[in-house]
Design a protein around this ligand. Structure first.
Ligand SMILES: Cc1cc2nc3c(=O)[nH]c(=O)nc-3n(C[C@H](O)[C@H](O)[C@H](O)COP(=O)(O)O)c2cc1C
Length: 151
């Protein structure tokens, strides 16, 4: 059984909708052999990361960067997980008021440092997520889960 860890900061209903769509896709019936674990970013530990085989990350854009919560997560896990988790697959979703550029750059830089492998580009939403946005979030979750399990 492979383990997929969702690490998320979810401070608003729009982010909640995206999180639930991602989680639903990750747990899709068609994908076998994957256990989905979810942790708020402020509680996720290096052990959670070491014990997982792939990652889904969700965050708002705050002050032109990742949320402090997701940054705190990376600060906690970076060195303890640097050697063990290289080449593991990940995906991400971001929600911003208008501009996610800085947060996307930061996420790419951190994931590059960890040598994590993006299964698909991050999905970025501003405002209320449309039906297409939520479908894209579902696809994101399903794609990372399918990378670990069998369809
Ligand atoms: C302190 C703070 C800083 C923010 N900075 C940015 C920012 O730099 N860029 C951006 O696109 N949105 C920014 N936002 C908006 C958040 O991304 C947004 O509130 C979050 O994604 C939740 O959106 P919602 O309340 O519409 O669901 C900021 C919000 C807060 C509270």
């Amino acid at each position: 059984m492979k383990r997929l860890l969702i690490v998320h900061h979810t401070p608003s209903p729009n982010l909640r909708a995206m999180y639930e769509a991602v989680r639903s896709g990750a747990a899709a019936d068609e994908i076998e052999g994957v256990e989905v674990i979810s942790r708020p970013a402020l509680t996720a530990s290096p052990v959670d990361v070491l014990e997982a085989d792939g990652y889904l990350l969700g965050t708002p854009v705050n002050l032109g960067y990742l949320s402090g919560a997701l940054k705190h997560f990376f600060d906690q896990i970076y060195y303890p997980c640097l050697d063990e988790t290289a080449r593991r697959p990940y995906g991400a979703y971001l929600h911003g008021g208008n501009d996610a550029t800085g947060a996307l750059r930061a996420l790419d830089s951190i994931a590059t440092g960890l040598k994590w492998r993006a299964v698909r580009p991050p999905h970025v939403v501003t405002g209320e997520p449309s039906r297409a946005d939520l479908e894209a979030c579902w696809e994101l979750g399903a794609t990372v889960a399918a990378e670990l399990g069998s369809v």
